[in-house]
Design a protein around this ligand. Structure first.
Ligand code: SAH
Length: 240
């Protein structure tokens, strides 16, 4: 699939992801059109493949970003029951997906990009500042980048005026392969809420499988294996 959706411009790439059924929701298409990948993947921004961003990290392929967004969309958009969605993007790397999330959560939403390498935290923020749309979302406090160990999740105080909604996450996206579904992540997931997480698994011929984990209103957790992937590991920071 990696070669299929490549384009010669951001609009071309997004059109190809739409044609191949990787993006199916008009709202998602709009968000991808608003965020130009050239601000995040300097080498070959419109190629449908992962690209190195330094520090042993990669920006994931566009079709993986599309799949991640589509798989969590039901909990991502503001709704009557969740008017201010909170999203945790673990392993934010380039910041690209953090920005896409922030385009979708609405004016009251909050997206936190979490990195364990401070230079990559800064890179995500700097990349997002390159466009007026990204800059505005950062200034409005809808998106922010922090440093920490993603295996522990992240507790972010509610924004002013949203305190009654608590600090649990409507969506947790993990952009690196975990050894297991770390329990703090499950604890910090809202009921209802959902998680997209690649977990080590050599039973599929791939290195890992992506799981979609759903927590319902009563707190009951169900897990669905989606597909095989190869992500960089969710681990200790590399020694330098
Ligand atoms: N979504 C990002 C993916 C970057 S690659 C993008 O498309 O740009 C995965 C990222 O996970 C790397 O940036 C890496 O530094 C980060 N990472 C790995 N282990 C981590 C951990 N324990 N805590 C936080 N981030 C981690």
């Amino acid at each position: 699939m990696a070669w299929r959706c490549s384009g010669s411009s951001n609009a071309g790439l997004v059109a190809n992801m739409w044609t191949h059924g990787l993006i199916t929701e008009p709202l998602v298409k709009e968000a991808f059109l608003k965020v130009d990948r050239r601000h995040y993947a300097p080498g070959m921004p419109y190629q449908d493949s992962p690209q190195p961003i330094g520090y042993e990290a990669t920006i994931s392929a566009p079709h993986m970003h599309a799949s991640a967004i589509e798989n969590v969309l039901s909990r991502l958009l503001p709704s009557e029951t969740s008017p201010a969605p909170r999203v945790l993007d673990i392993g934010s790397g380039s910041g690209y997906l953090t920005h896409i999330f922030a385009e979708l959560v609405g004016d009251r939403g909050l997206v936190v990009g979490l990195e364990h390498i401070s230079e990559l935290r800064d890179l995500g923020e700097a990349n997002m500042k390159k466009s007026p749309e990204g800059k505005k979302l950062l200034e409005a406090g809808i998106a922010k980048f922090v440093v920490g160990d993603g295996r522990l999740g992240w507790v972010e105080a509610a924004r002013a005026g949203e305190e009654q909604l608590g600090t649990a996450w409507d969506v947790i996206h993990v952009g690196a392969a975990a050894k297991e579904v770390h329990s703090p992540l499950l604890e910090q997931l809202k009921a209802p809420g959902c998680m997209f997480i690649p977990v080590d698994d050599d039973s599929t011929g791939w290195d890992q499988s992506v799981w979609r984990i759903e927590k319902d209103e009563e707190g009951k957790v169900t897990r669905k294996k989606l597909f095989g992937v190869r992500y960089v590991p969710l681990t200790d920071p590399p020694r330098r």
